[in-house]
Design a protein around this ligand. Sequence first.
Ligand code: GLN
Length: 502
Amino acid sequence: MTELIPTPIIKWTAAETAGAIAKGEVSAVEVAQAHLDRIDAVDKKVNAFLHVDTEGALAAARAVDEKRAKGEELGPLAGVPLALKDVFTTKGIPTTCGSKMLEGWIPPYDATLTGRLKDAGVVILGKTNMDEFAMGSSTENSAYGVTGNPWDLSRIPGGSGGGSAAALAAFEAPLAIGTDTGGSIRQPGAVTGTVGVKPTYGSVSRYGLVAFSSSLDQGGPCARTVLDAALLHEAIAGHDPLDSTSIDAPVPAVVEAARMRDVRGMRIGVVKEFAGEGYQAGVMQRFDESVELLRELGAEVVEVSCPSFTLALPAYYLIAPSECSSNLARFDAMRYGLRVGDDGTRSAEEVTALTREAGFGPEVKRRIILGTYALSSGYYDAYYGSAQKVRTLISRDFDAAFAGVDVLVSPTTPTTAFPIGERADDPMAMYLADLCTIPSNLAGNAAMSLPVGLAPEDNLPVGLQIIAPAMADDRLYRVGGAVEAALNDKWGHTLLEEAPAL
Ligand code: GLN
């Protein structure tokens, strides 16, 4: 490093980090150690990590350095550290899904996504905190304590992937992985001032992703820049024969799109329904400015109506719990993790019941009960059947909208990060955090959240949501890259540089 005061390694983007390692300006081991030291210094306050794999991270970094020493070619993310949401299986490393139910479970296999990261030479630092089984919007439903938002530790970092987003914002890792069933990548991204992408459903393998709602769950990239998210997207996406819903088609050229920084000629639709009551004034102010910016950058902006989107939330809260009630039935105390009351006097059924009582938290129990009810005979058509019909209407709204525009935009969330505890006892208020993100899960298309400034009333980050048709994920990166570049030019720095030091 030739600068007099070098930027600390932890502040580098993933692209810069990989470049510096490839050129030999820094070793992968030094990079890994810098991040492990950072975790050591701040994670007692942030609680982004449930498990830090110091030895594994250093071994992976050493392997990258050895490869380089032998003159072998390194991939675009070789040696870059990453924080992995604790919902993906990792061979030999605990995977808890934020639940007591899986305490002590060591998976015997890697998720496809985990394997792809390892093959790319990405250095997995550890597993991040999350709402139990990915149900929640604040990480308050984790059985292992809440994560703090690095902008203000008394506020939520979003959920369910709050740990991954907080790790980025606290400079504990330049890359992270999340999963998005109803917004769990985008909403944490929005409230922490980071970038989060839900790729097209079926484009990132779900093999080894512990299932919550299988028809909605999708893994995806989290990063501090649009280009970094694109690099990670290309590393994890692509067909996997081990996932029956995996799409067998080429991955859209997202890295190329992130580098374009040009939206001239694009048609952008503003979703009319995502405004009004319940939307924080400062969030709408930053959103309106982003729309104006897109116009200045040469896009054509029109207003679009998607009337069925107002039904998305209730439909989601029937479909997701229904699928969860079936998926979570596998936690029977016999196969994974926790087993309570197995003292030789009780039947298997009693042990299963005692284990579920002790192992699942209140929100997970609520969802299982809701889902079981919605699927019960006599109510199936009224609840689950109706919700599936709404799902079709939402897809049709998207189809009609995308006939006239290339992407849709909206705020990612109605409000900025709320105080820890504020919505903990009010499930409805909690569910409203995903009002704008859920339609894309129900339709299976692609969506991104990227930071567009701070709300004036509380100085907390605001996210812009961009939505593209299925398998047109590249459009997210084209628009996101252009907005990010224009804002950084305007501010003279990135948004996270305004975050208070931890
Ligand atoms: N907050 C939503 C829920 O609680 C979404 C969760 C997610 O995307 N995993 O279900």
